[in-house]
Design a protein around this ligand. Structure first.
Ligand SMILES: Cc1cc2nc3c(=O)[nH]c(=O)nc-3n(C[C@H](O)[C@H](O)[C@H](O)COP(=O)(O)OP(=O)(O)OC[C@H]3O[C@@H](n4cnc5c(N)ncnc54)[C@H](O)[C@@H]3O)c2cc1C
Length: 221
């Protein structure tokens, strides 16, 4: 499917937030990701950062060493056409809305968490406690911190914990949640997921209630 870039902002030096207008309504659930190709390059996976009720599809992309992320950071502009090659993803909401939720995001892993938080707020799931943990290498990359903190003043069951440097899983464990009673959502790079899953399981989390994208594990992205 073709989509048009509506606008691009740069909330941090190496990060771009891209809003896309799709030719048809994109069918997806909060927490999923799509594959998008720019220019004549191969498609890459990007988590969708906006909940499905929104009119635009929002992506957060970090510039790295690869061709696509460099093209997006340096050349992609409003009005350009991109190709969305499909949607998938294993990280969608569990069925029990009353269960406390712990979301753990490393870096750009915040994108699918943002979509899920937007979905919970949109559905007015006021019975759901959400603890959102977000770790980034440097404070500037916690670019949504203020937005989440403002939201937590309206949605009082959202608790936001942002941390620059170190390993975000340490902050989760220090908080001593009853992990066995929680649904846990994890997003970020493979190394972060590996460490987090093993620590969560050691500390009582139920493996069947830890949700993350298996594609990250396969690709090592
Ligand atoms: C399921 C899935 C979802 C992804 N979602 C995103 C996303 O929302 N935004 C994004 O920039 N990249 C995402 N990626 C990574 C993306 O597909 C490319 O691998 C990456 O853009 C390649 O960039 P690069 O070659 O410049 O290299 P790299 O230097 O390897 O990557 C650049 C940056 O991409 C980010 N990144 C890499 N893997 C992930 C990941 N799994 N989740 C979140 N961020 C990651 C990191 O911040 C990294 O510093 C995702 C990958 C998978 C498998």
């Amino acid at each position: 499917m073709k989509a048009t870039v509506e606008n691009i902002i740069a909330p941090a030096e190496n990060i771009r937030v891209i809003n896309l207008n799709c030719a048809q309504k994109l069918d997806y659930k909060a927490g999923q990701y799509l594959r998008m190709a720019v220019g004549d390059m191969d498609g890459q996976f990007y988590s969708i950062a906006s909940a499905p009720h929104r009119n635009v599809v929002e992506l957060h992309i970090k510039k790295g060493a690869g061709q696509s992320s460099q093209y997006i950071a340096e050349q992609l502009k409003a009005g350009d056409t991109v190709t969305i090659e499909g949607v998938s993803g294993d990280m969608t909401f569990g069925s029990d809305a009353a269960k406390p939720v712990v979301m753990i995001a490393g870096g750009l892993g915040i994108a699918p968490m943002k979509a899920m938080v937007e979905q919970i707020v949109h559905e007015k799931r006021h019975e759901t406690d959400i603890h959102l943990y977000w770790g980034a290498a440097v404070p500037e990359e916690l670019y949504l911190r203020m937005q989440f903190e403002q939201l937590s003043m309206i949605y009082r069951r959202l608790h936001v914990h942002c941390h620059a440097g170190g390993n975000i899983i340490d902050q989760v464990l220090e908080a001593e949640h009853d992990l066995a009673a929680c649904d846990i959502y994890l997003a970020g790079r493979k190394e972060m997921l590996d460490v987090s899953i093993s620590q969560l399981e050691k500390n009582g989390a139920d493996p069947s209630c830890i949700f993350y994208d298996k594609a990250v594990m396969k690709r090592g992205a």
